[in-house]
Design a protein around this ligand. Structure first.
Ligand SMILES: NC(=O)c1ccc[n+]([C@@H]2O[C@H](COP(=O)([O-])OP(=O)(O)OC[C@H]3O[C@@H](n4cnc5c(N)ncnc54)[C@H](OP(=O)(O)O)[C@@H]3O)[C@@H](O)[C@H]2O)c1
Length: 341
């Protein structure tokens, strides 16, 4: 069987890390790479991802040309968090009959963002025989897929709470800055209002995904404001310094409400200097389930692993726009990817 031919679209932090790991996996062939950043376009992919060797693939800004020439089985798409941005990119790719796995947060359950765009992606994928799925660590796994799976041994579920409590001191610099570490409270609030700090994109999607899997009809999804976490101590990381009274990070919660009561609660907390670092899922029901992973699953490793590990699942799935509840149980690809096809 021929190797699984992959085109990489979006060679930012996640795309670079994913490409480096994909090169070490058996049964894959990277046949093209696309980005719009002029600093990357025209350069060899090996150089762009920080290898000291060339891969013989030039980064292109012409997706259609790459798809025509390379005839991939799968595109791994890592360009933006928002449905309206990725929608035109995905329509173009789907028309080549190619499967697409995207890290776009809103695409993980796009029906609550813009049903018309979601349905158009679904019908286009079906018309051209492609499968489209968005995944990642979160949304994609920790606060939704894992919670769904953990309800399997329950005969009754009364409520689900998922907490991601991250010590951001051990995360990369851009993440620490993204959560506002080191800012004054006023600067934090200003950056929230200008959307330079966006909180966690995808809480609504995770709630909608869990509700859709369990066929629970929610009255509404409430997403709380992004709150600054104020440091009560001096914290210095490799990238930022935080004085007492300054922002160490942020917290955002969201709830899926049924009959006036929270049925699903998600609590996302990330700040530098946190003494605890864990992911927890608490299910009230019969039996109760209290699952805790400590330290937190690493976001970047988790994301690139999910994007790679779902490849055989997506290749074997029916055409259309799928969500994580629609594919068979994902797992690590340990062997040659073709063994799973
Ligand atoms: N679901 C999850 O768990 C999860 C986890 C991690 C990341 N993500 C999401 O995945 C996306 C990628 O993450 P990242 O950290 O790698 O972001 P990033 O560093 O900003 O990289 C995105 C790259 O895509 C390029 N790009 C933008 N529009 C493009 C287009 N139309 N065609 C081709 N390339 C395009 C960007 O170029 P410019 O810089 O020139 O715009 C940049 O090089 C983000 O939206 C992020 O939020 C999701």
């Amino acid at each position: 069987m021929e190797k699984v031919r992959v085109v990489i679209v979006g060679i930012g932090a996640i795309g670079q890390m994913l490409t480096r790991e994909l090169l070490n996996k058996r049964g894959f062939e990277i046949v093209g790479a696309v980005d719009i950043d002029p600093k990357k376009v025209g350069r060899d992919l090996g150089e762009v991802i920080g290898l000291d060797k060339k891969l013989g693939i030039n980064v292109s800004n012409d997706i259609e040309c790459v798809l025509r020439d390379s005839r991939p089985h799968v595109v791994i798409h890592m360009t933006s968090s928002y449905l309206k941005d990725v929608y035109p990119q995905l329509l173009t790719i789907l028309k080549y009959g190619v499967n697409v796995i995207s890290s776009c947060e809103e695409l993980s359950y796009p029906y609550i963002v813009d049903r018309k765009l979601a349905e158009e992606l679904d019908s286009t994928a079906k018309r051209y025989g492609s499968t489209l799925l968005a995944t990642g660590i979160n949304p994609g796994f920790l606060m939704d897929t894992l919670a769904i799976i953990l309800t399997a041994p329950c005969i009754r579920v009364d409520s689900i709470k998922v907490t991601r409590h991250m010590n951001a001191s051990i995360r990369r610099g851009p993440f620490q800055r993204k959560i506002g570490a080191g800012l004054t409270v006023d600067d934090f609030k200003r950056k929230i209002s200008t959307k330079e700090i966006s909180g966690h994109v995808g809480l609504e999607q995770s709630i909608a995904l869990i509700a859709a899997a369990l066929k629970v009809k929610l009255d509404r999804i409430d997403v709380g404001e992004v709150q600054p976490i104020i440091s009560d101590k001096y914290v210095k990381t490799e990238y930022v310094e935080v004085n007492p009274g300054y922002v160490a990070g942020l917290r955002q919660t969201a709830q899926g409400v049924v009959d006036g009561k929270p049925f699903i609660t998600l609590d996302f907390i990330a700040y530098v200097g946190a003494s605890d670092d864990y992911d927890a899922i608490d299910i009230q029901g019969i039996p109760e389930i209290h699952e805790r992973i400590s330290p937190c699953v690493h976001g970047d490793w988790g994301t690139i692993s999910m994007l790679i590990n779902v490849i055989p699942k997506v290749m074997k799935a029916p055409p259309g726009l799928l969500t994580m509840k629609d594919i068979t149980i994902p797992h690590c690809i340990l062997s040659d990817v073709r063994d799973y096809l």
